[in-house]
Design a protein around this ligand. Structure first.
Ligand SMILES: Cc1cc2nc3c(=O)[nH]c(=O)nc-3n(C[C@H](O)[C@H](O)[C@H](O)COP(=O)(O)OP(=O)(O)OC[C@H]3O[C@@H](n4cnc5c(N)ncnc54)[C@H](O)[C@@H]3O)c2cc1C
Length: 498
């Protein structure tokens, strides 16, 4: 039997893709080489547009535990410089704090509810493609077997076997000029400020969790995820690369923090795993192509970069939301020609911009008097609201505009979560997109009944244009007056009528 889609990897991106496909009635199979969850803690949260995008799927409440829509952050950092976001009228920086392990648990729970088959302990070894299918050779608990699928998606992380098997180049740079050390530790008062998550560090005053502190010797960052338990990170620029290790002694972390801050920060082993890690350098690389025939790459398999500012999941999960509905439309038989090709043309540029701004931020945090001068200049520039907006839009991904920039100013842009009055009562855009279906907001009542098998039509006078056609990933496919090309737009994005 041929599976619709084989997804390799059950990280956040593989699991979200499985949910997207299942929501659209497609049956994916997820193959994950690990039997349990990943051992090392990774992300601490999601930053940027993805937070709203998950709200548009009804996942924000589940992931955040909040019972109201997300609200933007009053402040953030760019290259360890403050970004005063409260100055912005339409602040695009949303944050959802959640440990990656919990994120994966909750996405897996959702995938299970949607009936997704997840095979743990199954590792992809090789793959080959024919004209109409992809055949994966898999090592499972009962030995080697073959799985045939119409499409295969590599969500298998930065060292992606899928990418290598397809021979897709991964150009970029490996920067081995610094060493980072991090781990989970207990910090006691008076260094830990009771009830706030802040740290009081001699010579630096009060440091807020989630912020980066750059000194002439490196960079210090920390967060608090349970009362008293801190995740601490120290980055030092070291000309000689050290060996990567996942069993570093706590004393090594403490000494590194001391060198960076120029002050001792006492810390001790927690009851939980300390998850100590030393890593040298970082990679900034992007797959030359995100697609080869019936095989696609998403998330870290498609791009890796410095983690500064936490951009990884914002980028990867939006790859998934972009690809998911297009792949489902193809399998469900209504995708117009060329739709699948827009995945790479839309998401490759978004990935390139993240690589650009994370490298810029890394440069801004490096040591030396010239960088200190550049920081002073940047600091001045970041008192200007226009510049704050520009950086916030870059970091959140709010500057993404798909397509060639023609047509109505909303076309290709993110559809804001507007409150809407409809025939059935008040609602908001996010609630109307929860089913993952295309959405047509129309003030006129619309005449496009031929597409209602796949497009939801909502009559409202509150949309910013007479008619707004919205893709399942939350981006505007087309906007304008009813007679001005709506039918063409429906055909372009959602295929010929049934
Ligand atoms: C220390 C650290 C902190 C981070 N902090 C943040 C943060 O705060 N915010 C943020 O947005 N991002 C953060 N990131 C980045 C984020 O963790 C990644 O972007 C994210 O994990 C990418 O998800 P993914 O699903 O693409 O890949 P992964 O999470 O790497 O998942 C890939 C999965 O594929 C499986 N796999 C691999 N090969 C095979 C195979 N051949 N067969 C079957 N299965 C396979 C792996 O076992 C794994 O489960 C951080 C990363 C690190 C390392």
């Amino acid at each position: 039997m041929t599976t619709d889609v084989a997804i390799i990897g059950s990280g956040p991106n593989g699991l979200l893709l499985a949910c997207e496909l299942a929501l659209a009635g497609v049956r994916p199979v997820v193959l994950e080489r690990l039997r349990g969850g990943a051992e090392m803690p990774k992300a601490n949260g999601l930053v940027g547009r993805v937070v709203q995008a998950l709200d548009y799927r009804g996942l924000y409440e589940r992931l955040s535990g909040a019972d109201r829509p997300p609200t933007p952050m009053p402040g953030f950092q760019f290259g360890a410089l403050p970004l005063a976001l409260s100055a912005l009228e339409d602040n695009p920086m949303y944050v959802l704090p959640i440990p990656q392990r919990r994120l994966e648990e909750l996405l897996e729970q959702r995938a299970n509810e949607l009936g997704v088959e997840i095979r743990r302990g199954h590792e992809l070894r090789t793959l080959r493609q024919t004209a109409d299918q992809v055949v994966a050779e898999v090592d499972g608990p009962d030995g080697r077997y073959e799985l045939a699928a119409r499409f295969l998606v590599g969500a298998d992380g930065g060292r992606s076997t899928v990418r290598k098997q397809c021979g897709i180049d991964f150009p970029g740079i490996t920067d081995r000029g610094f060493v980072s050390r991090n781990g989970q530790v207990v910090i006691d008062p008076p260094f830990a400020v009771a009830g706030t998550g802040e740290l009081e560090v001699p010579g630096h005053g009060r440091l807020r969790p989630g912020t980066f502190t750059r000194t002439e010797h490196g960079m210090f960052a920390f967060g608090m995820f349970q009362p008293g338990l801190y995740r601490v990170s120290a980055i030092e620029w070291a000309p000689t690369p050290l060996e990567d290790s996942t069993s570093m002694p706590l004393e090594e972390l403490r000494e590194a923090v001391g060198r960076v801050l120029g002050a001792d920060l006492p810390m001790r082993e927690p009851d939980e795993p300390a998850a100590m890690r030393r890593a040298t350098g970082t990679n900034s690389r992007q797959a030359e192509h995100y697609r080869q025939g019936r095989v696609f790459l998403v998330g870290d398999a498609a791009h890796v970069h410095s983690g500064i500012g936490g951009p990884g999941l914002n980028l990867g999960m939006q790859d998934v939301l972009n690809l998911g509905w297009k792949l489902a439309a193809t399998i469900n038989g209504w995708a117009p020609e060329g739709l699948l090709g827009t995945y790479e043309s839309e998401r490759h540029p978004a990935g390139a911009r993240v690589i650009m701004h994370t490298r810029a931020q890394l440069a801004l945090t490096s040591p030396g008097p010239n960088i200190t001068a550049v920081r002073e200049l940047f600091g001045e520039l970041l008192t200007d609201t226009g510049n704050i907006r520009r950086i916030a839009e870059l970091m959140s991904g709010a500057d993404v505009r798909y397509g060639d920039g023609s047509g109505h100013p909303m076309t290709g842009r993110w559809m804001p979560d507007l409150p809407l009055s409809t025939e059935t009562g008040p609602t908001r855009v996010a609630e109307l997109l929860r089913g993952g279906r295309p959405l047509l907001l129309t003030a006129t009542g619309g005449t496009m009944k031929a597409w209602t098998d796949r497009v939801d039509v909502i009559v409202t006078a509150d949309a910013p244009a007479e008619t707004v056609l919205i893709r399942p990933d939350g981006y505007v496919a087309w906007a304008g007056a009813d007679g001005d090309g709506l039918e063409d737009a429906l055909r372009t994005w959602f295929g010929a009528p049934a």
